[in-house]
Design a protein around this ligand. Structure first.
Ligand code: HEM
Length: 415
């Protein structure tokens, strides 16, 4: 069993160390954290935060500590806004996802069987399963087939773990232009169609006039959510990036979180009868997909006993917060049963903290718990890790592994 499968710390797998190659940033930060100093200056110069109290102060932007608000709406063109539009888009995305999950719940067992049996290679299998399940939420069925094809290409070239490294910088640039071009064309087409139909876009699009049925006014997909929640004159380039944030959050983050849960379940056969919600929470504790948050201090201040100035760069590491020895017993072990009792809530931040906490947190947990619950109910799971470590990028993806599923004798379709 690997250290990763055990839930063991990433510092146990300092890839390349001692052979002249730098360890990945997660291993470096883990090795530097002494379990006592919650804020410290890393060898790289970053001011690192591993203490729950300091992490919440930064992420919640207590007393306007930092210049930024949150990452989700940050684009190459600045921060998409205003805040009212961000909040409305977050609310509408959650509502759309919930409607979709309600409608598609009965199909989930069949989708699992089709995607994961008899064997599947992870973490890609998790991302592709989520893509299949949320396909209509991402892009409604009647959207142009060419755009559906671009969506799939974005997933295979930019969302799957390690996918970006498979292409040269030039190839990535050319693809990026093509993908954005396709999204801009669709945004323009929907705006023109909206003008004709009265849907029009903008923060109150399609609501409140009493003239239209729900089917006319409800967003068909996340691109409608972004268009409906934004100003009709908003730059299509900015809207395309916000839409892509949703693609990464759904297919990317949910897929990786599912991968961690399946890997941990597969390497802990004793936990397979444990409640799905405990398994999911514990997987997100040990391996928070959103593991590192970069922020810039707005003024000179004290944070966790350290002097911080606007010239510093802060890095809040929720991976270390979630394994803080002062807050979690047996911090590096996979112990789903710990969730039966009260846990230190303030030291658990898989979806961020404060006003910018993830708008999709509850719907994400719902989907993950449904998927893990079905896997443990209907299937015997066996996992073969390929020996690699976590795939550390902006998101924390599981190592590659193979999962074999065989039908339980007492499960649906079993004898
Ligand atoms: C495992 C899955 C997910 C994880 C780990 C995750 C994590 C996060 C985190 C940590 C933040 C705060 C970012 C920051 O403070 O810089 C955030 C924000 C956000 N997330 Fe998620 N997310 C997930 C899935 C989703 C889904 C499925 C949706 C929507 C369908 C979503 C929508 C959002 C939005 C709209 C924000 C911005 C909130 C605001 O600033 O008001 N996320 N997410």
């Amino acid at each position: 069993m690997t250290g990763v499968g055990n839930g063991g710390p990433a510092r146990a797998r300092r890839d390349g160390e001692g052979r002249g190659r730098p360890a990945h940033p997660l291993a470096r930060l883990s090795a530097e954290f002494d379990g006592v100093h919650d804020v410290w200056r890393s060898a790289s110069g970053l001011l690192c935060v591993a203490g729950p109290e300091a992490a919440r102060a930064v992420l919640g932007n207590r007393h306007a500590l930092v210049a930024e608000t949150a990452d989700f709406y940050r684009t190459r063109h600045g921060v998409f806004g205003p805040r009212a539009a961000q909040i409305e888009i977050g609310r509408a995305s959650r509502a759309l996802m919930n409607r979709h999950l309600d409608a598609r719940q009965p199909r989930l067992p069949g989708l699992l069987a089709a995607h994961l049996t008899p064997e599947s290679v992870w973490p890609d299998a998790g991302n592709l399963l989520v893509l299949a399940h949320l396909r209509d939420v991402l892009l409604h069925r009647d959207a142009p087939p060419a755009l559906h094809a671009v969506l799939e290409e974005i997933v295979t070239r930019a969302v799957l773990a390690g996918a970006r490294q498979c292409h040269s910088a030039v190839s990535r640039l050319l693809f990026r232009r093509r993908a954005h071009g396709a999204l801009h064309t669709e945004i323009a087409a929907r705006r023109r169609a909206g003008e004709r139909s009265g849907r029009g876009g903008g923060p109150s699009a399609g609501r409140g006039d009493g003239q239209c049925s729900d089917a006319d006014t409800l967003p068909r997909d996340l691109l409608d959510v972004v268009l409906d929640g934004s100003d009709p004159t908003a730059d299509p380039a900015e809207l395309a990036e916000v839409y892509l944030s949703f693609l990464f959050a759904t297919v990317g983050a949910i897929g990786f979180a599912l991968g961690w849960a399946v890997l941990l379940l597969g390497t802990h056969p004793d936990c397979r009868t444990t409640q799905a919600n405990w398994v999911v929470r514990e997987a997100l504790r040990l391996w928070p997909v959103a593991w590192l948050f970069a922020r810039s201090p707005s003024r000179t201040q004290d944070l966790g006993g350290m002097r911080v100035t606007p010239d510093d760069r802060l890095a809040v590491c929720t991976y270390l917060v979630h394994r803080h020895p002062g807050h979690w017993p047996r911090p590096d072990e996979f112990v789903p049963q710990r969730w039966a009792d009260a846990v230190p809530d303030g030291a658990y931040l898989p979806f961020g903290h404060g006003p910018h906490t993830c708008a999709g947190a509850t719907v994400t947990m719902r989907l993950l718990e449904d998927l893990v619950g079905l896997i443990t109910r209907d299937w015997h799971l066996s996992v073969t890790p390929d020996g690699g470590g976590p795939q550390v990028g902006p998101a924390l993806a599981p190592p590659r592994f193979t999962a074999a599923l065989s039908r339980r004798a007492n499960g649906p379709g079993g004898r």
